[in-house]
Design a protein around this ligand. Structure first.
Ligand SMILES: O=P(O)(O)OC[C@H]1O[C@H](OP(=O)(O)OP(=O)(O)O)[C@H](O)[C@@H]1O
Ligand SMILES: O=c1cc[nH]c(=O)[nH]1
Ligand SMILES: [Mg+2]
Length: 212
């Protein structure tokens, strides 16, 4: 597994405001959206393209085009929904699948409550969106589901990752043939006793959409 923490002053600036407990929901949503577009630029570095030739008004130019099958973007509900627009802004032709997952706050185990994905993901590049990689249980279950359906390349975009979660993912997919990447705005210090990322930003879903 490859991990890439994006080192850019604009990312760091936006992330700092996102963390601030005084940041309200509308601002949090806007910043999450802006951050994802910056992360998506890095996360799509390996998106598959093929040579293409176009006629400019004055000559012929050699370039590239995204190849079929289209990439699949998969936000993990709820909090991952806050990253969808920012991602599809950069990859407008991508298809979108959905995974609803929630972590039991006692056991910290992830439970899947909704799945809306193509049955066959053979040959598909997948981009999973979830702002928080804490214990890694949620993302590990999501990536396994995609690999089980045939995905051969999975990149996860996170706003924050904990070292414990990154270790968990690396172990879970050790020896898996498919390339797996995590692109994050930052790797934080650790998890607290409740499985929250420290210093983190609190509960991303609640900050985006309110407490339920
Ligand atoms: O790495 P883990 O320890 O599995 O935790 C991370 C998960 O927890 C949060 O979701 P939550 O369960 O709060 O659901 P929500 O998005 O509906 O708020 C977050 O968005 C991740 O999906
Ligand atoms: O810090 C954390 C950990 C899990 N889920 C969140 O939303 N925040
Ligand atoms: Mg939550």
């Amino acid at each position: 597994m490859q991990t890439h923490a994006v080192d850019h002053p604009l990312v760091a600036h936006k992330l700092t405001t996102l963390r601030d407990e005084r940041t309200d929901s509308p601002t949090f949503r806007r910043l999450a959206d802006e951050l994802v577009t910056l992360l998506a630029y890095e996360a799509t570095r390996d998106v598959r393209v093929a040579p293409a030739t176009v006629a400019t008004p004055v000559a012929t130019a050699q370039g590239v085009q995204l190849t079929a099958p289209k990439p699949l973007v998969v936000p993990i509900l709820r909090a991952g929904l806050g990253m969808l627009d920012g991602m599809t802004r950069l990859l407008p032709t991508a298809e979108v699948g959905f995974l609803g997952m929630v972590r039991d706050e006692g056991s910290l185990q992830a439970e899947t409550y909704a799945t809306r994905l193509p049955d066959d993901l053979s040959g598909r590049q997948c981009y999973v969106l979830d702002p928080m990689l804490a214990t890694g249980g949620t993302l590990a279950a999501a990536i396994k589901l995609l690999l089980d359906r045939g995905a051969d390349d999975v990149t996860a975009l996170c706003l924050l990752a904990a070292p414990e979660g990154l270790d968990h993912l690396a172990k879970a997919f050790e020896g898996t043939g498919a390339p797996i990447r995590v692109v994050t705005a930052a790797i934080d210090d650790r998890l607290d006793g409740n499985g929250y990322i420290i210093p983190g930003l609190g509960d991303a879903g609640d900050r985006l959409y309110g407490v339920v």
